[in-house]
Ligand binder design. Structure first.
Ligand code: C2O
Length: 445
């Protein structure tokens, strides 16, 4: 099914309201259920939703205030809710085997003891995360802190999450779960190629790639520059001017776009230069409809980043796709510990996207390497140090075919079981995932 481009106004996912508030926490309730939505104009599509919303409602959190989410599963499939990028105790991490069976509920407690960042929550049920996320189990989680809110960045109605993903919608409206090269519909906040009315001023756009299977490269059709201010885990040290933004599955970037350069009544289209041949490149049209005051600005210094961890332990990982999706030749086994470490240990991980004897002509997405619990730092990519946009806090890093990246992290603040995996979720669902157990630090040492 294909509709005229820009037929829908782009919705902004509603901010979830707490059901109760205490001195130190907010309590939320969400129900996962099938919901009918209009993704392609004129068609009704059944999706999985959190709280009836597609994407799920936005949770806004404040550093130091606990968020408690009571999740109830009213679907026919088991689910598990992971807070992506969150520094969260293992029992609330949403591990693959920590399932919420149909009809059951589970409580997740998020301490929010990390810097402001555009996080997200999504499904992580063992072997099913790709399909469950594809069917709609994803939503934004925006964590703020006093430093970030003291900056004069665009805020309020000028601070907007944009969740990009692909989909295949059949002529009768059915959402069909297929491989990424058969997904011709690009959605932003749940609508196929929408339009969005903006004022002629600066906006802070929190760009998410929530596509289960592919990377996207976004660029304005007129080549306009924008300013990147944050990566996965929070603000960059300083703003980075860019004209294109590539995000592997699960990566985020926050950008500031200044629409004051455009005349009222004009439009500018955002294109995906990584679009498939079967697909149109344009994904979102901004319509500049009105004037507005703009007291916002992007300061020259955004944040002081923590020092890059100095590795005490080194590990090596091979991400394989052929003949099957594996890490170091192994498929994920929830009962096997692949990496054992200790709280407080700093590590350097060398990750290769090879060996990879792929059959000729096969579509080859980069891998998207994600580690739970920590925000890591990129040390180098094929020996080259990262550019400024990749030098900040990261929880997900693209690794292109044949490439090697090195990342550094320190294990804190929680001991327990976690995972690392490819965030092209078709890969992780097929076993491209490992288990890491973080042991408590030895009190004798
Ligand atoms: Cu975004 Cu293990 O996941």
């Amino acid at each position: 099914a294909r509709s005229a481009p820009f037929a829908h106004a782009m919705p902004i996912p509603p901010v979830l309201r707490p059901t109760s508030v205490t001195a130190s926490s907010e309590l939320y309730q969400l129900r996962m259920a099938e919901t009918q939505v209009e993704i392609v104009k004129g068609l009704q599509t059944t999706v999985y939703s959190y709280g009836g919303c597609f994407p799920g409602p936005t949770i806004r959190a404040l550093r130091g205030r606990e968020v408690v989410v009571q999740q109830t599963n009213a679907l026919d499939v088991s689910t598990s809710v992971h807070l992506h990028g969150g520094n969260v105790p293992s029992r609330y991490d949403g591990l693959p085997m920590a399932l919420i069976d149909p009809g059951e509920s589970r409580e997740y407690r998020y301490p929010n003891n990390q810097v402001a960042a555009s996080l997200w929550y999504h499904d992580h049920a063992h072997g099913k995360e790709a399909e469950n996320v594809y069917r709609g189990l994803h939503g934004a989680y925006l964590l703020s802190d006093p430093h970030e809110s003291s900056l004069p960045l665009p805020n309020g109605e000028f601070d907007i999450p944009l969740l990009f993903r692909d989909a295949r919608i059949e002529a009768d409206g059915t959402l069909r779960y297929v491989s990424p090269y058969e997904c011709p519909h690009m959605l932003v906040n749940g609508k196929e190629r929408p339009h969005f009315a903006v004022a002629a001023r600066k906006y802070r756009l929190r760009v998410y790639n929530v596509a289960p299977n592919r990377h996207i490269s976004l660029r304005f059709a007129d080549g306009a520059h924008f300013i990147q201010i944050a990566s996965d885990g929070g603000l960059l040290a300083a703003p980075v001017p860019r004209d294109e933004l590539t995000l592997a599955g699960a990566e985020r970037a926050e950008i500031v776009v200044d629409f004051s350069r455009y005349a009222i009544g004009s439009s500018v289209v955002l294109e995906n230069t990584a679009a498939l041949e079967s697909e149109r490149p344009e994904v979102l049209r901004f319509d500049i409809t009105r004037k507005a005051d703009d007291p916002s600005r992007v300061p020259g210094v955004l944040a002081t980043l923590p020092p890059v961890p100095k590795g005490m332990v080194e590990r090596e990982f091979f991400m394989q796709t052929f003949p099957d999706t594996r890490i170091n030749g192994r498929k994920y086994d929830p009962d096997r510990v692949d990496v054992e470490t200790t709280l407080g240990t700093s590590e350097i991980w060398t990750i290769h996207n090879w060996p990879n004897r792929k059959p000729a002509g096969v579509f080859h997405a980069p891998h998207s390497f994600h580690v739970h619990l920590v925000q890591f730092r990129l040390l180098d990519r094929d020996g080259r140090p990262p550019g400024p946009a990749e030098a900040g806090l990261k929880d997900t890093i693209p690794i292109y075919p044949g490439e090697t990246v090195r990342i550094a992290m320190t294990w804190g603040d929680y001991s327990g079981e976690y995972v690392y995996h490819c965030h092209h979720l078709v890969h992780s669902s097929h076993g491209q995932m490992g288990r890491i157990d973080v042991l408590p630090a030895d009190p004798e040492e």
